[in-house]
Design a protein around this ligand. Sequence first.
Ligand SMILES: Cc1ncc(COP(=O)(O)O)c(C=O)c1O
Length: 499
Amino acid sequence: MAQWTSAVGAAQLARLLKSQQHRPAGPGTRRLPAYRALADGIRLLVLEGRVPVAARLPAERELAMVLTVSRTTVAAAYEALRTEGFLESRRGAGSWTVVPAGNPLPARGLEPLPPEALGSMIDLGTAALPAPEPWLTRAVQGALEELPPYAHTHGDYPAGLPALRSMIAERYTTRGIPTMPEQIMVTTGAMGAIDAICHLFGGRGERIAVESPSYANILQLMREAGARLVPVAMAEGLAGWDLDRWRQVLREAAPRIAYVVADFHNPTGALADEDQRRRLVEAARSAGTVLVVDETMSELYLEPDLEMPRRVCGFDPAGSTVITVGSASKAFWAGMRIGWVRAAPDVIRSLVAARAYADLGTPVLEQLAVNWLFTTGGWEEAVEICRGQARDNRDALVAAVRRELPAWEFEVPSGGLTLWVRTGGLSGSRLAEAGERVGVRVPSGPRFGVDGAFEGYVRLPFTVAGAVAEEAAIRLSAAAHLVETGSPAGNETPRTFVA
Ligand SMILES: Cc1ncc(COP(=O)(O)O)c(C=O)c1O
């Protein structure tokens, strides 16, 4: 019986392989035999999750034709993959991808590793900061004091605790966007919010317009919901949203949803100005598209004199077009798992129903803790600590990368948690792989793209300080050297780091 659950066509595989070709042929570069390069390319695609595990690969003859190589080359590549444990074949059933036993992947760099599994590895996978103590402890203590009356209830609040819904609504109102508690649903992180939104609007076969690049985990969530992603290219650097392009895509593809991160976009760090915000809302409204605005990063402005533009929902306060998603994960702590949605009351009611079979509700104690922070003013002080940390980390990382990797290009964002780096022509996927061998985990650009885009990029988060940032850049430079010189896999030991 065949062991595959999906298939990758020859043309699709060729496109994915082509997107990896970012290796400069310089003087120190060793040319790999064609079969080896092909096997490496397929292995990387599997490790990054861009070719799923248990996907049937094209027949040798078919792939050879599309790649214009000999059938012997493809046969040798498949044989090498079989030997390395990445492919299984059965006569009559074809060949399908597998991941060797003991391999912790299939996707590199973005999944947080528990600290005890890291060893001497520097983890640049996750863009989230430690909790801004003592505020986490204080908030949990405050929550414990508020808990007794709730302990007498069933504890199920699918729309969120009324007190927290009111508090979040009030915070929008104070910002000049009148909001009622009925317009708020508390969720399990922004991910929980987007999951409910996808359930309601973005089911199988629906189109969702997304920035290209965009936040990898949300892209994957949408793919898994069965949506068809319609990428809209971000302009170079921090220029962000090209509104003529958005208008055209929304008009022509008429997607059900458009998903944007207008405040310190992940991964580029771009910040939409008021004109871009107004025009995004107008474009969505005239296309009949629901504009989902993810404000997860919005409080992480890192320049003291930066004046933040009006929130996108300020251009559609009644919520006829815009659904806003917020989160405590970046401004406070991802371990809280508290997020929220602001939308029209009828949309909130449908979203509450849509999330019911996913997680029923969000933990009461954590909701009380965030509510405590909002009501006591501890939130502002805590966020200020996070901003300071992110700013220092950003500055250390920027200086270290400029020094160690002068050919890498990026623009320094005024907020958020990520640096989107063009890697001087090197393949981001290969850098991610080489990074694991020299002790630094880094997510490659294609994780943030649709269909293999952004092979020439990596994302670096502002999560490590001073000396660790310097060491991270040194290791990235070692990884770049490995990629440039084409050294064989497997015999580099990670450097030991002592902070
Ligand atoms: C833009 C964006 N949205 C959502 C999330 C996930 O948020 P949460 O931890 O609240 O689920 C992240 C985390 O990195 C993010 O960057």
